[in-house]
Design a protein around this ligand. Structure first.
Ligand code: UDX
Ligand code: UDX
Ligand code: ADP
Length: 479
């Protein structure tokens, strides 16, 4: 079937950029992105493309090119469903915060609502595509809902997980390592639906990178890919602590590992801990699924990745407190960066939230500077933890819009996101205006330590030895 009309339900970090790229590459296909959130749709339609709700390098140019030509953003969900021959479901699937599976399972409430809405509107056959990351066997649930409407409409359900990373979404979409399409490969109709979707991607993705599997493999591959990536970060973070104790340098270790072609060099950057909407949620989901099949050893194995990550965030904050003479009470501490990684305004599960919360529990006075994150987002991230009242959060944590102001009179600075601009600050000026000793805790190993030491800072970075490693005089081995 030649697709003429696409609808995408959910105009978030995945739906927005993905549809913008499809619209750019397929000018003959009408792409409508719908969302129930009116503010979000208004922002996608804003004349000023700087105000798009998702910040991604290169995205605004693509939106400018395609918007109103064949890319539309709307709140009229029903009409877009009605007209579409292909519907992407790209709504949020957060970890459940209530009931059975609380804190572990994915909440499929929004997915189910979408399915019911599609079922109530559709008058002709449609291809439904799972784009959100979902637990294995969600497609079966979708099918149950859609096939039981009794109105004779036939649906094909495909799983087409998105592997884009935030901050590089446009590049990842334009040049993906692979496109994965899971479908009903045992039936003619299933194969045709896969073909229709594949033809869209083939406009710009080499055919050999488009992989077809059964639905379950596709669903499970997405969870597994994220679990493996997160596992690498937790593994190198585990080594970072051992490096600090032994005098090894985690950078040197990572480099040596990365040159083994069986291991590879990516995702070996030790840090204050991984964040983002996917890693934790997908692993919890995997753990939940494994447990529900009674696979306790499998569940425990993956859960350890999360336990290590929580530990790394806590360890970073504790290290700050210890270094600041065991108390941060009443001390001004500056956090540079709040986003979960550079080049995005997304803060979901950002390590910064947990570091800030920990320091606030110790009565620190925090000032945050992030080049892209809105003030209200920072407060709402903290309020969400319910550690203290909203007023207390606003009293003890302030948001600055100038990094030099943010660092003035601080006892310590912590770099929590690897924004490029942090490297190029006038660190001498920052030093001059800080209290001494001027501590810098580099949670991203971003700054040039030697330069900072020359200026007079006392810098600490993750996974670097505490003493002069070159002297070979490591800590005494306990006997
Ligand atoms: C290993 C390291 O590869 C090598 O770099 C180091 O110097 C010594 O230890 P070796 O034990 O000789 O080498 O063999 P290797 O190929 O790594 O296999 C180890 C075991 O893992 C084997 O039993 C192998 O069958 C198994 N394996 C390996 C798997 O089960 N699956 C894989 O994908 C790879
Ligand atoms: C991830 C996957 O990479 C992507 O394929 C999937 O579609 C969604 O989830 P994302 O969460 O956007 O993407 O960003 P990613 O680059 O994977 O980083 C996740 C977190 O890990 C960030 O907080 C990042 O700072 C951290 N990280 C990453 C490290 O601490 N060290 C590394 O070496 C790599
Ligand atoms: P992701 O990172 O997966 O893209 P986001 O939270 O950024 O997740 O985006 C999901 C979007 O889906 C939100 O803007 C939300 O308003 C929207 N959404 C959720 N449920 C529905 C629904 N039933 N109909 C339309 N939009 C929905």
């Amino acid at each position: 079937m030649k697709i003429k009309n696409i609808c995408c339900i959910g105009a978030g970090y995945v739906g927005g950029p993905t549809m913008a790229v499809i619209a750019q590459k397929c000018p003959d296909i009408r792409v409508t992105v719908v969302d129930i959130n009116e503010n979000r749709i208004a922002a996608w339609n804003d004349e000023n493309v700087e105000k798009l709700p998702v910040y991604e390098p290169g995205l605004s140019d693509i939106v400018k090119e395609a918007r109103e030509r064949n890319l539309f953003f709307s709140t009229d969900v029903d009409s877009a469903i009605d007209k579409a021959d292909m519907i992407f479901i790209s709504v949020n699937t957060p970890t459940k915060t209530y009931g059975i599976g609380k804190g572990m399972a994915a909440d499929l409430k929004w997915i189910e609502l979408c399915a019911r809405q599609i079922a109530s509107i559709a008058k002709d056959d449609k291809i439904i595509i799972e784009k959100s990351t979902l637990p294995v066997r969600t497609a079966a649930a979708l099918r149950d809902i859609l096939d039981n409407t009794g109105n004779g409409v036939k649906y094909q359900i495909l799983s087409n997980p998105e592997f884009l990373a935030e901050g590089t979404a446009v590049q990842d979409l334009l040049n993906p390592d692979r496109v994965l399409i899971g479908g009903d490969i045992d039936t003619e109709d299933g194969l045709q639906a896969i073909q229709s979707l594949s033809e869209i991607y083939e406009r710009w993705v080499p055919k050999e990178r488009i992989l077809t599997t059964n639905v379950w493999s596709s669903e499970l591959s997405k969870l597994t890919a994220n679990a493996f990536l997160a596992q690498r970060v937790s593994s190198i973070n585990a080594m970072s602590e051992l490096c600090e104790k032994t005098g090894a340098d985690v950078h040197e270790v990572a480099q040596a590992l990365g040159m083994d072609s069986r291991i590879g060099s990516k995702f070996l950057q030790s840090s204050v801990g991984f964040g983002g909407s996917c890693f934790q949620k997908d692993i919890l989901n995997l753990v939940y699924i494994a447990k529900s099949f009674g696979l306790n050893e499998v569940a425990d194995y993956w859960e350890q990745v999360i336990i290590m990550n929580d530990y790394q965030k806590r360890r970073f904050a504790n290290n700050m407190i210890q270094t600041l003479f065991n108390t941060v009470s009443g001390k001004k501490i500056t956090l540079l960066g709040w986003a979960f990684k550079k080049d995005t305004n997304d803060t979901r599960e950002s390590a910064a939230i947990y570091v800030a919360d920990h320091l606030l529990n110790e009565e620190a006075e925090i000032v945050v500077y992030d080049p892209k994150v809105e003030t209200e987002q920072i407060y709402s991230d903290l309020d969400y933890l319910k550690s203290r009242s909203k007023e207390a959060n606003r009293q003890s944590l302030k948001v600055a819009n100038n990094p030099y102001e943010a660092c003035k009179d601080a006892h310590a600075i912590a770099v929590l996101t690897e924004w490029e601009e942090f490297k190029h600050y006038d660190w001498e000026k920052i030093y001059d205006n800080m209290l001494k000793p001027a501590f810098v805790f580099d949670g991203r190993n971003l700054l040039n330590m030697e330069e900072l030491i020359k200026i007079g800072f006392v810098p600490k970075s993750v996974g670097k030895p505490e003493y002069d490693a070159k002297s070979f005089s490591g800590p005494a081995i306990a006997s």
